[in-house]
Design a binder for this molecule. Structure first.
Ligand code: IVH
Length: 670
């Protein structure tokens, strides 16, 4: 009875999800939907025996961090050949005609500009979602994909027991704009386009955050042993009836002129779509004819993409200014006469680096071509050199600056890097502020109350000059500031005080040494035990540490050869920050797993993968990526990858679940 109630609610909610996210035609209010969902949640909590991984309640995601298992594709994920003109499309048409020597149809579709995904359904339920990866194998992102509401977790109708469907995951323009606004407010780096935002989101390790990003997905290709139709268009229609979002912008064409009409129509009309598109895809409709045409090494002979021309405009280059980022990297920006491009006014364009300026042979006053190919920041692609001839007074050649525009230091260019840097990291304002933001961030010292705006305010009021000053801030000085008040002042002091407990490995990460991220900081902390030893370490000693290469080692040496940095570290030490591995950790660094190579696989309920990794290292073991005869055991979670499982069985490698592992190293199961 209860089971029936749960199932009925699930079906009902699935239908409402479909109406809302696929058909864009909801039949109940959001409140009613939430009430029903809540009712289902309560029932599922009360009766856990009826758990279903594909229940609508599972779409909210989870905070448990999971790494991504690599999975081999059943059918390789190939890319498409590109064409840029109707003549090239005609060449394709002719090749197909000659290759088949019989009548054929082409299905024209939009080319969605997101990130491709492969979904496997077994017995009508979503089994697995895998990214394209290198085409042969990709990342298993099932947990994240389940949060995308327009993707059906269970299908309606009669579908094959096992099949694959491919499509594109997209971030709608409206979601993208909101996300970037939010990032701008928080001074986080902006996503350049919805494509990057979609693929970045899909790789987040926290599916709750993915759920919040409101991704969408369109599907365009079905694969399997027993497909419902022997026409591509037929399979798409059936897929639509099962619940997939299939674009309406799909047309069967029987001549080149029909194809050309489709292209011309959508080149304009696509601007009214809620998601980004970058071209048209043409596919031979008959699966039999597809088979006869076959594949080249990289792409099918039965399909091709036509890419839309990026929109261009010509305008005048007035000047070049230079922005200094947190790492000291200097970015040149072109200031232009305002010009209309893809519906927005463009005044600035990115010039990336000195090599690009040189290759363009830019002069002030040049007429330049600006393009916006799905990027929010337009770029200069060429100079209209013909326009120079009438321009008697040609402006100066643009020369990359030699000194930092913020602090006046001589810029440097490291070998093998395109960017110029300001090396004056301890006295250059944007770098100091950037360092502070990193220092106080959640994964570093986690000091509440010090957001980027507050840091800016304190900097402007001369209360902060470097990160150590945070510990000498005084309540009266802080609360005197108009925009702060005493509550915030106490909050900051309290946060700074608490941060003195933050363990050494995070303090090391918080210092913001170039290339020393969270993992590297942990490795260094465990290898050298305290800051003094790291300070004195030679290049050889540093590179001897697992996963520390020369680039990182050089950066550590450079950091500790700077007097300013030494003084900073000494001050931090004098305030009581942790500058050595805690006694507990030194002791805890047991030998239980000494000499063992351990593979972590699957998803876990009690700790994150990163935590397990640390536990392995803390107990003298080594975490390795792939199973081999040398693997001591596999720490196996739920849904372990089939490849790893097979290999483990073949080599006789033991699987140990998380409970047994924790007992083995005597950790709390918290
Ligand atoms: S068909 C073997 N159809 O474009 C054919 N791809 O450059 C497989 N894409 O990786 C692809 N819209 O991510 C196909 N309507 C569409 C598409 C499409 C976007 C993407 C897809 C693929 C890339 C090929």
């Amino acid at each position: 009875m209860i089971k029936l109630q749960i199932e009925t609610l699930r079906r009902e909610l699935e239908q409402h999800n479909y109406n809302y996210y696929v058909l864009s035609a909801p039949t109940i209010s959001d409140i009613e939907f939430d009430q029903k969902l809540h009712q289902l949640q309560l029932l599922e909590e009360q009766y856990p025996e009826f758990f279903d991984p594909n229940s609508p309640t599972q779409r909210v995601g989870s905070d448990i961090a999971v790494g991504f298992e690599q999975v081999a594709h059943v059918y390789p994920m190939l890319s498409l050949g590109n064409t840029y003109s109707i003549e090239e499309v005609q060449d394709f048409y002719e090749r197909v005609r000659k290759g088949l020597n019989e009548d054929f149809e082409l299905v024209c579709e939009l080319k969605y500009d997101g990130t491709s995904i492969s979904l496997i359904y077994e017995k009508g339920a979503l089994l697995r979602a895998v990214t394209r990866g290198d085409g042969e194998k990709g990342d298993d992102v099932t947990a994240n994909v389940k949060t995308i509401r327009s993707i059906p977790l269970r299908l309606n109708g009669n579908c094959p027991d096992l099949f694959e469907i491919r499509g594109e995951i997209l971030m709608p323009w409206s979601v993208f704009d909101d996300l970037n606004k939010e990032r701008e407010d928080q001074e986080e780096q902006l996503f350049a386009n919805p494509r990057n935002a979609a693929s970045g989101t899909l790789k987040l390790q926290n599916s709750k955050q993915v759920a919040a990003r409101k991704l969408d997905a369109y599907f365009y290709y079905m694969l399997g042993e027993k497909l419902p139709s022997d026409l591509h268009s037929g399979n798409l229609m059936v897929a639509r009836s099962w619940g997939f979002k299939i674009s309406d912008a799909t047309k069967i064409c029987r001549s080149l002129s029909e194809v050309s009409d489709f292209i011309n129509f959508w080149d304009v009309e696509r601007k009214n779509l809620p998601v980004a598109t970058d071209g048209i895809v043409l596919k031979v409709n008959s699966l039999n004819q597809q088979k006869n045409l076959g594949y080249t090494a990289k792409s099918p002979r039965w399909a091709i993409a036509y890419k839309f021309q990026a929109e261009k405009a010509v305008t005048r280059l007035n000047s070049v200014s230079y922005q200094v980022g947190r790492t000291g990297a200097v970015t040149p920006v072109a200031n232009l006469d305002p010009v209309q491009l893809s519906g927005t006014t463009v005044k600035r364009a990115s010039l990336h680096n000195a090599d690009i300026i040189e290759a363009l042979d830019l002069h002030v006053g040049d007429m330049v071509f600006v393009e916006k190919g799905g990027e929010i920041i337009p770029k200069i692609t060429a100079v209209d050199k013909d326009a120079r001839e009438d321009n008697f007074l040609m402006g100066d050649k643009v020369q990359f600056i030699k000194k930092c525009p913020e602090c006046g230091a001589d810029l440097v260019r490291y070998e093998g890097e395109a960017a110029h840097y300001c090396p004056n990291e301890n006295a250059c304002p944007p770098q100091i502020k950037g360092k502070m933001e990193h220092f106080v961030s959640r994964k570093a010292m986690n000091i509440d109350g010090l957001g980027s705006e507050t840091i800016n305010l304190l900097y402007q009021n001369n209360l902060l000059r470097n990160i150590a000053d945070i510990y000498e801030l005084k309540i009266p000085d802080l609360s005197r500031l108009e925009r702060l008040g005493s509550k915030s002042a106490y909050n900051i002091k309290d946060g700074a005080e608490k941060s003195k407990e933050v363990p050494f490995e995070r303090v090391l990460f918080a210092l913001g040494i170039r290339f020393v991220g969270e993992t590297v900081a942990k490795k260094l902390a465990f290898a050298f035990k305290n800051i003094e030893a790291i300070k004195k370490a030679s290049l050889e000693q540093l590179v001897a540490v697992d996963e520390i290469g020369e680039r990182i080692a050089q950066s550590v040496i450079r950091y500790f050869s700077d007097e300013g940095n030494i003084e900073l570290v000494n001050r931090l030490k004098s305030f009581g920050l942790q500058m050595s591995l805690s006694e507990e950790k030194l002791q805890a660094r047991g030998e239980t797993l000494a000499g063992m190579s351990i593979v972590i696989s699957g998803t876990f309920a009690l700790h994150s993968r990163d935590e397990y990794k640390t536990m392995i290292e803390m107990n003298g073991g080594k975490n390795v990526g792939s199973v081999s005869a040398k693997t001591s055991f596999i720490l196996a979670g739920e849904n372990m990858g089939p490849e790893k499982l097979k290999k483990a069985e073949k080599l006789g490698v033991k699987l140990i679940d998380e409970n047994s592992f924790l007992s083995m190293i005597k950790e709390e199961k918290s």
